[in-house]
Ligand binder design. Structure first.
Ligand code: ADP
Ligand code: MG
Length: 272
């Protein structure tokens, strides 16, 4: 068998599709001395590695459960001065994954907690990590369905396997004892494996007693969660409401100016 055919067959058997597709062009470049043999081999393997990385990101993103796509670059830090931008950018380097540091976003609705959680997950995803996002209300609902069907640990793998898990909106729904037990298991196992959790909540730590009525359980959960963690407290106004208000204000200013200039106001704001 010719070396060329054998090479092709090996690439095929190793399922190196991208490399196989690039082979002829690279060999041609090597033949015409545009590329040395080492360069051609390096390029061939790089093409395959990059294609695999892309595929991995695609597969992982299918399981990630992200509610929307929002990036750190989309985040307007000027709109939320209570946030330490440097800290968020440091988190964006993903060192928190290696360190096993939990990231906790606390604050009222609309201040960007979910946005930042999603943005960090996207960064982790694009770096090739498995990630999983779930809101607490969905988690509670699915878990009680599973218990009813006699499969109480069905969700556990999804919650434990990913390199980063985001639990969104803890605090809107109080946890019954089944949900609190699941939360404890997830936090305990991930704590022992040093796998980080990103958590968002509208409740401050002091209010966790309202979320998890069993005090011993609440303390055990908080202990593990906070041991390796950074908390980002976000104060301030809802971004959406702010946008509405700003739009309203600039509109009114414009109408006043136009009236002052004696011009007719072409349109009136719609009544909301
Ligand atoms: P919550 O704190 O309730 O989780 P979200 O993160 O869902 O709030 O934010 C509500 C909406 O406002 C989202 O569409 C989000 O992308 C946007 N948003 C919030 N804060 C900012 C910000 N500082 N810059 C850009 N968009 C923001
Ligand atoms: Mg949210």
């Amino acid at each position: 068998m010719l070396a060329y055919e054998s090479l092709r067959e090996s690439l095929n058997r190793l399922q190196m599709t991208a490399a196989e597709n690039a082979l002829d062009n690279l060999l041609e470049s090597a033949r015409t001395n545009e590329l040395s043999i080492v360069d051609a081999m390096d390029k061939l393997l790089r093409i395959e590695t990059e294609a695999r990385q892309e595929r991995r990101v695609m597969v992982n993103s299918r399981f990630a459960g992200l509610p929307y796509r929002r990036t750190l670059e989309d985040f307007e830090f000027s709109a939320q001065p209570s946030i330490d931008r440097e800290l968020i950018e440091r988190l964006g380097t993903l060192r928190f994954i290696d360190e096993g540091t939990n990231v906790i976003f606390l604050g009222p609705p609309g201040v960007g907690k979910t946005h930042l959680a999603v943005a960090l997950l996207l960064k982790a995803l694009e770096a090739g990590n498995r990630v999983f996002f779930i809101s607490m209300s969905t988690l509670i609902r699915k878990h009680s369905d599973n218990i009813r069907k006699g499969m109480p640990s069905r969700m556990l793998t999804n919650l434990i396997k990913p390199a980063v898990l985001a639990l969104d909106e803890i605090g809107y729904t109080p946890l019954d004892s089944d949900a609190a037990t699941l939360l404890f298991d997830v936090i305990d196992i991930r704590y022992r494996k040093r796998k980080p959790i990103i958590l968002t909540s509208n409740k401050s730590w002091g209010q966790w007693g309202e979320i998890i009525p069993d005090r011993v359980m609440a303390t055990a959960i908080l202990d593990r969660l906070l041991h390796y963690s950074v908390t980002v407290n976000i104060a301030g106004d809802s971004y959406r409401l702010r946008q509405h208000r700003e739009f309203g204000l600039s509109y009114i200013n414009r109408s006043e100016k136009e009236e002052r200039n004696g011009e007719s106001v072409a349109f009136k704001p719609a009544k909301l």
